[in-house]
Design a protein around this ligand. Sequence first.
Ligand code: P5A
Length: 401
Amino acid sequence: MSHRLMLQSGMISQTASGIYCWLPLSVRVIDKITRIICEEQDKIGANRVFFTTIQPAELWMESGRYDDYGKEMLRIVDRKDNNFLYSPTNEEQATDVFRRYVKGYKGLPVILYQIHWKFRDEIRPRFGVMRGREFLMKDGYSFASSFEEAEEIYRRIFKSYIAIFRRIGLTPIPVQADSGAIGGNMSHEFHVLAETGESTLYYDKKLLTASDEELMTTFAVSDEKYDPKVTPIPESELQVSKGIEVGHIFYFGKKYSEPMNAFVLDKDGNKLYPEMGSYGIGVSRLVAAIIEASHDDRGIIWPEPVAPFDVTILNLHTKNAECCAAADKIYEAISARKEVLYDDRDLSIGEKMADADLIGIPWQIIIGQKNLANGIIEIKKRATGEITKMSLEAIIERFSK
Ligand code: P5A
């Protein structure tokens, strides 16, 4: 569903299997998500960087993952026959930056994160950007001086992720997970509820109202791990819903710091290998997940915090001087405070209204010549379809706040 809506609304354009161009509307959504992520990550002391998308193979040989990663890794040879790869994730590179720049125990803990492109040569790219080959990820890496400190950071990130998904307007369900290929012994997936989700979640109802602290310990599992015989949830409390995995966090101790010889000196001059974790959010997948969670049969319904625009002005009669003057006046008056999409295309009323519903901007200001002659302009709330008639002045007042 999200894939069809993203194509129809001109958000993305496929260039190869699992590889998409992001067009103006979707970039604005990504910018909104990015801003929310950065604000919440900065609050917990994480620092934003840009690692690179092209990495030398040597880094992955040090960790032993160059051979293990297999066919999902896109391998590249430069003109001097050096082996490179397009980043599927950046644990090795983050560890390399750490060992170059952090020399003493006083430099710990450190949390670095980026929002950057990844490439994984998935066998079956599916549902558009939901499972792409090239995709945008927020990936963070932490370095701590002890297990206790690493655990405290893990909790901080966990809470930050819950806050991020809630601010976007989604319902996050944290699920205890095996840490799979990344390795280690503490891991949570974050799913968001959507009827069309690929995973089935089994969780205790109290997750939906739990505090952050309770969320970490309340039971939830996804499909393959569900066994009714061992689930510690009373039948009356068990909730089964569909979800989409939009985030995944890992604690993996010294899995990279030891083999990559990344250490600092502790206060007695001994080598201290940091306890590490990594933390991911599928940013481009989130765009599709938001649409899965929020649409109707006419199109997308953007939650206000991530909508590409706050409001759209529909001038239904672009050849009518009064309509144009009213639309211009409103645009001029409110565009300092609101992000406005001004539709002055020379199309039929039906086409413009259908497009506005399809692209899902939260508010529509609808200017038609008959209403305007009576001093009336309509505003429509996309989520409910509710229409209110107002004067031009009242509309300017309403959207200038
Ligand atoms: C955590 C950060 C990692 O890669 N290393 C750095 C760790 N985890 S992960 O689970 O493999 O990926 C994190 C999130 O990225 C999204 N994702 C994808 N999105 C679109 N297309 C894909 N092919 C794809 N693969 C992973 C998911 O949301 C995942 O939770």
